[in-house]
Design a protein around this ligand. Structure first.
Ligand code: SF4
Ligand code: SF4
Length: 98
């Protein structure tokens, strides 16, 4: 069977970056690639590296990838501004994010 070369180019048009991978935590197991219902990620060609975010604008922020990731902290969400919740500590005045 003839070998085919495939190319996948991440969408560089959008400023949206739904998640950030921590390369120190991520083992490149690709479970998040498998469980994402709409294939936002593809595996990195280098073994052990975090997946590539191929379709960032398609993310639903459903959280499935983070829930199933075996390495807590490897996936951090970069929530859209409209979905971010903030709270203020009445005593210190410090503002925190949910
Ligand atoms: S499931 Fe977690 S550890 Fe595995 S590739 Fe995805 S982010 Fe990395
Ligand atoms: S939050 Fe949901 S849609 Fe977005 S990358 Fe993770 S699994 Fe896919």
């Amino acid at each position: 069977m003839a070998k085919k070369e495939l190319f996948a180019l991440p969408n560089v048009q959008t400023p949206n970056q739904p998640v950030v991978f921590d390369p120190d935590c991520c083992t490149g197991c690709n479970i998040c690639v498998e469980v994402c219902p709409i294939d936002v990620y593809i595996p990195h060609p280098e073994e052990g590296q975090p997946p590539i975010i191929l379709h960032p604008e398609e993310c639903w922020y459903c959280g499935t990838c983070a829930v199933d990731c075996p390495c807590p902290g490897a996936i951090q969400f970069n929530w859209p501004l409209q979905a971010r919740g903030y709270w203020k500590n009445k005593e210190s005045g410090k503002i925190g994010q949910i």
